[in-house]
Write a protein that binds this ligand. Structure first.
Ligand SMILES: Nc1ncnc2c1ncn2[C@@H]1O[C@H](COP(=O)(O)OP(=O)(O)OP(=O)(O)O)[C@@H](O)[C@H]1O
Ligand SMILES: [Mg+2]
Length: 249
């Protein structure tokens, strides 16, 4: 599904990704861990096509097609979803209206009609139940006054509604209480299928108790320096990152 080869990317002339390789197949969950400033969020932004980053070399393929020249909206169309580490507030636009607009924009771009109101409502009901989101929440202004956990839950709700091919969750676990963590993780697990894939960026092993990854990668200084299975996350939690840095010298 996703194939990244020898990716180099920079922001304001500062080189951040330095030869990153990653292959994610349909049906897989990959966890990305690594120290602060390693380039994890940059990787997510570059896959999603945020314009402030400059890809200086390498390729990003989605289902065999190079997407590295596509605009962010086109990548979203192609099925890439990125949650935000720092979500934006949109006063006056409700959670529900935001997602309705996003879905209909996407349908328009695909030459489809707007989703019938009844179908939309049903989908909103189904996904909000799945994620244990209450009605009142859906009519609040997007991210305005949201607690950290509410922001994260909203991101997962957006993901559930948009049903992306490739979802990238950047620190979706930070700031979640134990119940919310379980709900969000269960949501991700329920949305998982043979046709989609998830990349979770996290600092903590605990999320991976709930969302069991097929692979865990350590990103350090702009590239993936170690890959393992779920047990690698436990090892990292026990030993920290220094042992990996030491292995590299
Ligand atoms: N807009 C920017 N301007 C300047 N430097 C940037 C910008 N965005 C990222 N960087 C730098 O790129 C490096 C990688 O940042 P990135 O956010 O990708 O790290 P991260 O692995 O996600 O870290 P964290 O675990 O703290 O979230 C950091 O040194 C950061 O300061
Ligand atoms: Mg980050």
């Amino acid at each position: 599904m996703l194939k990244i080869q020898n990716l180099h990317a920079a922001i304001e002339e500062k080189s951040i990704l330095k030869g990153l390789n990653l292959e994610v197949k349909a049906g897989e969950v990959h966890a990305i861990m690594g120290p602060n400033g390693a380039g994890k969020s940059t990787m997510a932004s570059v896959i999603a096509g945020k314009e402030e980053y400059e890809v200086t070399s390498g390729s990003i393929e989605l289902d065999g097609e190079d997407i590295s020249e596509l605009a962010p909206e086109e990548r979203a169309q192609a099925g890439v979803f990125l949650s935000f580490q720092y979500p934006v507030e949109i006063p006056g636009v409700t959670v529900t209206n935001f997602i309705k607009t996003a879905i209909n924009e996407s349908r328009k771009a695909q030459g489809l009609e707007e989703m019938p109101a009844k179908e939309m409502l049903q989908k909103i009901r189904e996904k909000s139940e799945l994620l244990e989101i209450d009605r009142k929440f859906l009519s609040r202004s997007l991210n305005e006054g949201f607690s950290g956990g509410e922001k994260k839950r909203n991101e997962i709700f957006q993901m559930a509604m948009l049903e992306p091919k490739l979802a990238i969750l950047d620190e979706t676990d930070s700031g979640l209480d134990i119940d919310a963590l379980r709900i969000v993780a269960n949501g991700v697990n329920k949305l998982k299928s043979e046709d989609n894939a998830v990349i979770v960026i996290t600092h903590y092993q605990r999320l991976l108790d709930y969302i069991v990854p097929d692979y865990v990668h350590v990103l350090h200084d702009g590239k993936i320096v170690k890959t393992g299975d779920a047990s690698l996350a436990l090892e990292l939690e026990a030993k920290g990152y220094d042992w990996i840095k030491n292995e590299l010298v």
